[in-house]
Design a protein around this ligand. Structure first.
Ligand code: PLP
Length: 367
């Protein structure tokens, strides 16, 4: 915990209003709207649900195609597969591990409805190129910004670049309320319907604002509203976001500085941050020379009581992903990187002494 989390949770209970869209939800949404400049921020039960809302808002239908990086979390694809879309997997760039914009154009067909770039590890995708291709081909961009809150691309906040963007406040994220998310709406035309979809397909939000005298079923929708108890917890974290980010920046920079010589001597690649990206300090990873070296380092660290974990398995090679014809060799960078990548311990409460032990253990390892 970082600040007033428990005080605010108690306040939410004392205020007698713990369902969604209470005072704390409003404060959180205000932050996104005023600080980041999004047209509307809707807190949701998860990033997965915010992605599902995006698929509903874009009217994705069976037979439509949606392009996602293969190197991502299952929800990036699943939210659209739920609507019957055919998922088209794109490979990632070897440097940032973000969707490879140079391969995008070839994947677009007349059925393509959306592209979902993921700002992996909180480092911006090449959004100028992606947005230009999307606007030329009339395709929507939904940023899956689960990792990228507080990051910027050419001075613009990640999450403000697509017509829609999604955030995660899962425990593993920079700021959290355990489970939670947000849909950021940058194109105003989606606001009214998004409120309806989030409220079980009803115009309940208009009713609460006194704009209609009763609410009723007006569209499809589901139950995507975050409880104000969780919003209270989240708001306490948003209040101190700068100190959370400063702490995480320190962790990231210590890894980067202290592992640089070892990395170049051992053929281990450290993260690459393009100069035009301000990263979100979300994750620190290593790219080992081989799968075998990665597994040995995991075991080496485990023997010293340190948990380091790999990340996404290529979605196009998953049991479900193969339904769309995914096969080995389709996304060579994804396939290779997913075997070599290792995430190092990285959380808000990681102190310098604990991190020094992790670094010392790594420096004693040779692939
Ligand atoms: C890229 C990406 N998108 C979406 C999600 C889903 O987030 P949530 O757990 O809030 O549904 C995750 C989860 O970590 C993720 O890494």
């Amino acid at each position: 915990m970082q600040g007033h989390e428990l005080d605010y949770v108690v306040q939410a209970f004392e205020g007698g209003h713990i369902m969604g869209d209470g005072a704390f939800t409003r404060k959180c949404a205000d932050w996104f709207e005023k600080q980041m400049g999004v047209a509307r921020a809707l807190l949701t039960t998860s990033c997965t649900h915010a992605l599902e809302m995006a698929a509903l808002l874009l009217n994705v239908q069976p037979g439509d195609e949606v392009i996602v990086p293969s190197f991502t979390f299952v929800s990036t694809a699943n939210a659209f597969a739920l609507r019957g879309a055919r998922i088209v997997f794109a490979d990632v760039r070897a440097d940032t591990l973000n969707l490879d914009e140079s391969k995008l154009e070839a994947l677009i067909t007349p059925r393509t409805r959306a592209i979902v770039p993921v700002h992996y590890a909180g480092v911006g995708c090449e959004m100028d190129a992606i947005l230009a291709i999307a606007s030329r081909r009339g395709v929507a961009i939904v940023e899956d910004n689960a990792h990228g809150l507080f990051g910027k691309y050419k001075g613009r906040w990640l999450g403000t670049l697509g017509c829609l963007a999604t955030q995660s406040f899962h425990e593993t994220k920079n700021i959290t309320c355990g489970e939670g998310g947000a849909l950021l709406i940058n194109d105003e035309k989606f606001v009214e319907r998004a409120e309806i979809i989030r409220e079980k397909g009803t115009n309940r939000s208009r009713f609460f604002r006194g704009q209609v005298d009763k609410y009723s079923w007006v569209d499809v929708g589901s139950s995507y509203v975050m409880s104000d108890v969780l919003a209270a917890f989240l708001y306490a974290q948003i209040e101190v976001w700068e100190s959370i980010q400063a702490r995480r920046r320190g962790i990231w920079q210590r890894y980067h500085a202290q592992l640089a010589d070892w990395g170049s001597a051992q053929g281990v690649r450290l993260p690459v941050i393009p100069p035009h990206c301000e990263q979100a300090w979300h994750m620190y990873y290593l790219l080992l020379p081989s799968l075998d070296a990665r597994q040995k380092l995991i075991a080496h660290l485990k023997a010293r009581g340190i948990l380091a974990v790999f990340h996404y398995l290529p979605l196009h090679l998953s049991e479900y992903g193969r339904r769309w014809g995914g096969k080995s060799g389709d996304c060579p960078v994804t396939e290779e990187v997913s075997e070599r990548l290792l995430r190092l311990p990285f959380y808000n409460t990681l102190d310098e002494a604990a991190q020094a032990r992790v670094i010392a253990a790594i420096l004693r390892f040779s692939p």
